[in-house]
Ligand binder design. Structure first.
Ligand SMILES: [Zn+2]
Length: 269
């Protein structure tokens, strides 16, 4: 009699596990299918309004470029999984504006969606990283395929457009740097001549920053070549005119590398 009970319970357990498995597969498949259609749909009016309100870059674009920006943004947004850490709901503002910072950087390039990075982790504020054992405002982990951002710092970067601090641009700059070297469908999309020139200028400028006698960039750019690149792109988008006057060869190199010119954009050309 006891055997019947044991076998019965095992069978019930097995059926429950199979049902759960099918349900999980169904949920994932439905989500994937939804994302597939979303990626090909136009940006919603609600999301466009978020761009209009908060993205100065988007507002500066010509109408036809705004349309192109929206298509790319929609595709990026529905290709990534946004995950919260320490709070519950990912808002539309988070999804739209984080995606917009990636599209801003890659807008002059062929369609680049940072394929290696499929998850975006959002913390409410600065967070403690177990990898570096320090507090961070953001980081990228190419092996795990994640981009991490503090939402508070991200918003601060947007709120003050000309302070040349922008965590969104900074982390996306790291991400495209890695993406260019990872052998996937988006491999090697940055201009090699411009990359070489960038490496030369980095070798010239980093020691000057480290001397600490004043440099156009903040000190953090002197940490290493990666941080130099990420910080230089924050200045590229936030203080383009001063940048182009302070370090013209670097400005021109970044202009060539990203195939876009924020000075011209600000001047409405
Ligand atoms: Zn960095």
């Amino acid at each position: 009699m006891l055997w019947y009970v044991v076998v019965g319970l095992l069978l019930i357990g097995l059926v429950a596990a199979v049902v759960k498995l099918f349900y999980d597969v169904f949920v994932i498949a439905r989500q994937e299918l939804e994302n597939f259609f979303h990626r090909r749909s136009p940006l919603s009016q609600q999301h466009r309004e978020i761009l209009q309100e908060y993205s100065a870059y988007y507002r500066l674009l010509a109408p036809e470029d705004q349309k192109r920006f929206e298509r790319r943004l929609q595709r990026f947004m529905y290709s990534k999984k946004f995950v919260t850490r320490g709070f519950k709901v990912v808002t539309d503002e988070m999804r739209v504006l984080i995606s917009a910072s990636a599209i801003q950087l890659t807008f002059g390039l062929p369609k680049i969606y940072l394929a290696n990075f499929d998850r975006i982790l959002i913390y409410p504020d600065s967070y403690y990283s177990n990898i570096t054992q320090r507090y961070h405002l953001g980081e990228v982990n190419p092996r795990a395929g994640i981009i991490v951002l503090s939402w508070k710092s991200f918003v601060d970067g947007y709120a003050n457009l000309k302070d040349s601090l922008n965590v969104g641009i900074h982390e996306m700059a790291h991400a495209i740097h890695f993406e260019n070297r990872i052998k996937n469908k988006e491999y090697d999309f940055l201009d090699n001549g411009a990359l070489q020139k960038l490496a030369e200028i980095t070798r010239r400028e980093v020691p000057i920053i480290r001397e600490g006698n004043g440099h156009f960039f903040r000190d953090y750019a002197g940490t290493n070549a990666y941080e130099f690149f990420a910080v230089s792109l924050e200045y590229f988008f936030e203080k383009p005119l001063q940048f182009s006057e302070a370090i013209p060869d670097l400005y021109d190199t970044l202009k060539k590398l990203l195939n876009q010119d924020p000075v011209a954009l600000y001047q409405g050309r």
